[in-house]
Design a protein around this ligand. Structure first.
Ligand SMILES: Nc1ncnc2c1ncn2[C@@H]1O[C@H](COP(=O)(O)OP(=O)(O)OP(=O)(O)O)[C@@H](O)[C@H]1O
Ligand SMILES: [Mg+2]
Length: 251
């Protein structure tokens, strides 16, 4: 039996008196898209911070493919295959879209998964360039390759950001509200891109979203956090019909 891709057990983190993450157990065995929802302040971003190492846990364990990673710093976890986006979009507005992707690859070459792939290979630059063009096509932005990312609409920046994370060829991608602030005309593109990423890369995507139609039609499995704990999890239909979930959102 192979180990789950990602497993957290008894994970907890408090800030002063606030138990932001309060004893979370989760197990994701298969690649695919998991939705992570919950009211404001439920602990979603903190859970991402704990998994990626941006914040340290007070207690609990995190395992990636069976290996304990909770003691590792951010860059070591990134090298193992973790990538994320943040609630606020982060692109280099003055650099071209193509350079945004190449810089993302370069970051990884300093120690990341791509560094291992590329080490000792003279075609490194060309391979990264091919990856970058492939990703620009995937997110429907090849015509912007040589334009500064600052020329993009907010939704297009989100797409570029997602493409940038993929330059590192992660095994787990954590997306914090990828649809927030995206123009309705681009929501379908973001949705389709994420489905394509899951299908083509066979990775685990965990997506935090407040946009319910978006996440419920995207995720195969949905986890509901409430006050730092897992309130419910299951298929989108089961979660939407759960009285506890309805109460948490209305209460
Ligand atoms: N660095 C911090 N210092 C103090 N309190 C924090 C810190 N980070 C998070 N918190 C608190 O922990 C709780 C969980 O916050 P978190 O940002 O994880 O929620 P969230 O589910 O991502 O919410 P949202 O949907 O609004 O983004 C909140 O009460 C928040 O105020
Ligand atoms: Mg958040």
């Amino acid at each position: 039996m192979t180990a789950p891709i990602l497993e957290v057990s008894g994970l907890a983190r408090a800030f002063g008196g606030i138990r932001a993450v309060d004893g979370v157990d989760l197990r994701f065995a298969e690649p695919g898209i998991v939705g992570l929802i919950g009211p404001n302040g439920a602990g979603k971003t903190t859970l991402f911070d704990l998994i990626t190492g941006r914040q340290s846990a007070d207690s609990g364990e995190i395992r990636f493919e069976g290996r304990r990673i909770d003691g590792l710093p951010v860059h070591r976890r990134a090298r193992l295959g973790f990538a994320r986006t943040f609630q606020e979009c982060r692109v280099l507005v003055e650099e071209s879209c193509l350079d945004n992707l190449l810089f993302a690859a370069q970051d990884q070459r300093l120690g990341g998964a791509l560094g291992r792939v590329f080490s000792g290979r003279r075609s490194a630059g060309r391979e990264a360039l091919e990856d970058a063009w492939r990703l620009l096509e995937m997110v429907n932005l090849p015509q912007f390759a040589h334009r500064p990312a600052g020329d993009l609409s907010y939704g297009q920046r989100r797409l570029l950001e997602i493409a940038s994370t993929l330059m590192a060829r992660p095994g787990v991608l954590l997306l914090d509200e990828p649809a927030a602030g995206v123009n309705p005309s681009l929501l379908n593109t973001v949705h389709d891109v994420l489905l394509r990423v899951a299908a083509e890369r066979r990775i685990l995507l965990v997506v935090v979203e407040h946009n319910m139609p978006f996440i419920m039609s995207l995720a195969a499995h949905v986890v509901v956090l409430h006050q730092g704990r897992v309130l419910e999890q299951g298929s989108p239909a089961a979660v939407q019909n759960s009285p506890r979930v309805v109460e948490a959102y209305l209460g």
